[in-house]
Design a protein around this ligand. Sequence first.
Ligand SMILES: [Zn+2]
Length: 352
Amino acid sequence: MKFRSGIGGPAFILFFLVGALLAFPHPRRAYGFTIISEAEENEIGKKADEEILRRFGRYRHQELQAYVESIGQRLLEGIGPTSFRYSFKIIDIPEVNAMALPGGYIYITRGMLGMLNTEAQLAGVLGHEIGHATARHAAKQLTKAFGAQILSLGLMALSPGGRENAGNWAMVSTALFDHVLLGYGREAELEADDLGLRTAYRAGYDPREMVTFLKAMKVKERLEALGYHGFQGTHPETTDRIVKAETMSSILVEQGGGSLEVKANEYKAHLDGLLYGAKQDNRRLKIYAAKGGDTPASVAKDILGDQQLAWEIANLNGIKEATVFREGDQVKFLAPSPDGGSGGQRLKLSPN
Ligand SMILES: [Zn+2]
């Protein structure tokens, strides 16, 4: 991924890491085992949280932050007592991603928030990350990557007076960030999808919205060659993941009666003013309340003064260009860069 280059530690850490792995070839263990205690996981999370926030920065928007936190807490209520104190933070980067650190530290990027279209999709994405945390994928992956002996060296860096072990911490955190940002592998991703769908469903959300999101992601990644949790649009495993999510969500929906929430308008209303794309372009999402009978083309013409931008409106809202909006539907559009910045479409002041 684009921001991966900024993640790795200095060369000496890699050198140390390679050396360490050569010295102690790690034993073969079944996936799903960890020597890290929950208390240690909390410590790792706390330390790595500082690092994530330092590297990427938080997106400062109190109301949106509170909204994301509230959905996260609603999801947790359905799970019952948990080992960790969960937090949900918005990271100030345009890439579409979400992450879970050990110990219940969950992040979602402003790029992801801008791409999602319903509260149920947000619930699915946060549910997936909560799934990684409750299944302790990071802790298991670290144990698998290093083996118990090496990892215990890294963990010593967490103990009081562990300053001299900064190199060991760097070893652990480098491996940790690779997995946190790039995904944990097929098995763990499928497990997190499954847990996420159940968690969203238990909280009253329509799990099929997550499938909609995964499909949109597949299209997007095919176009942009990006990866979300090891998710590559051109890879056959992606289709497998979507098919499994589709099956699981229809089973859930068939099982339970009652109405499930999607909440598209409520969700989009929170995005008004959200920074979109590269920071220096200073482009923001705006929200337009549709009149009955509006279409992406009419919104493009009336608001942006350019009917050609119908595709952009359709794409931003995850709909077809032929969609007809209902009265009051919230419609995302991309406000032109105030300074006519790089690549942005300029606002025509007087539509012809
Ligand atoms: Zn994942």
